[in-house]
Design a protein. Sequence first.
Length: 232
Amino acid sequence: MNIESEIFKKYSADFDKLIEYGFLKEKNSYSYEKLFRNNEFKAVINITNNGNVTGIVYDIENNDEFLPLKIVSQEGSFVGEVKEEFKKILIDIRDNCFLEKHFLSTQANRIAKLLISKYGDKPEYMWKDAPLFGVFRNSVSKKWYGIIMNIPRTKLGEDDKSIVEILNIKLDSEKIQKLLKKEGFYPAWHMNKKYWITITLDETLSDKEILNFLEESYSFTVNKKNGRIRKQ
């Protein structure tokens, strides 16, 4: 695996942030150049519209690609130092212009980022046979308030075998019955259907709407009387 693939393997590009960072929009890609190591080298980073990242390092003095960077056998101290500085450039781009990919769909990853920012709870992957099923739970009470999973739409009762990511949340039972009449809501898959409901993460509902429901689900993990976490 090359340097770029390793650094960006679990991330997706935010193209607006690429522009803010200094990338130039071309026909089918975004490009960025940066001098480093006392202007002895130049990194040229290209990101396609599909989010694929490639990078080339040029030796300024010779105006040629610095090929030793890509030869594993040439790992002397000097080459290693150049490689580490190149990695720092890539990591800075990743941290400022990319979203960490916890799940398959764009909306699921946006929701995950919102939850991590709001509650500090990262998804937990608890099942070996379902590595992309992520549980969100209150870090103090350990109670679940959201589960993101990927399943065939047929499991939701649809005549469609395509894969969709879903979010299971806990809500008031009366509210669940009303929401089931609306688009994007389904009886909870693999959960108690009286207290849980499934939402499809396919842009049918806005992120804001979903986050509002998640806040309600989260409230079931805390003591509503005094705001403290319920004891188990």
